[in-house]
Design a protein. Sequence first.
Length: 219
Amino acid sequence: MNLNYNILLFTLGVLWIGFLACAEKDIIETPDEMLGWIGNPEHGLVRERSGAGIRWTAKYVPHDYLAARYLESLDSYSEATRDSVMASYANTLCFLLTVTPESEEESDVMYRGVGSFEEFQSRAMSLNFKVKDLMTLNYGGKQTPAVISTMENTYGLHQRRDVMVIFARDEEAWERADTIDCVFDDRIFNSGIHHFTYTVDDIRRIPTLSIETLKRLHH
């Protein structure tokens, strides 16, 4: 009886420690700090794939980071606007897709294999508007298309190009999922079909952005 009682106490103690660990989820104070955290390879949120001399990097981006960046872009906003923005981003799964030449000696990736201004324009249009049509997300037995993608314009100051891709999250499928597989069929640089796979546990371990930070962003 005493042995069983001790085992029970030990089990409850382990469960309580696990509960406290989950309850004390880290808080991050600034969007820049959040970007640094998710960019740390040890946290499992960055995946790379290569082909045909091109490197694609996919980084999972939490919704509160995107909400904070959007709020920062506004001249001013009310508390109701802040809460509405947070709620709209909460139902998304977002990825920052970066393309760069594998060779550091190459110039701007936009010019790779381009022979005319018309071809350059076509590539720019594809990276701005067509990436979403080349990506799907598989999780919890469901496949979903991207709803929006947009390219950051670096005006040729870097080799790379960054494209933000956003999916609507299916809550039932998300609750069933252990992993998510982001599939990109690269028909822009023809580097192949790439799978960027993440565990849901790694995503759920992402610290949250302090609500006090979002309040301070209010001008």
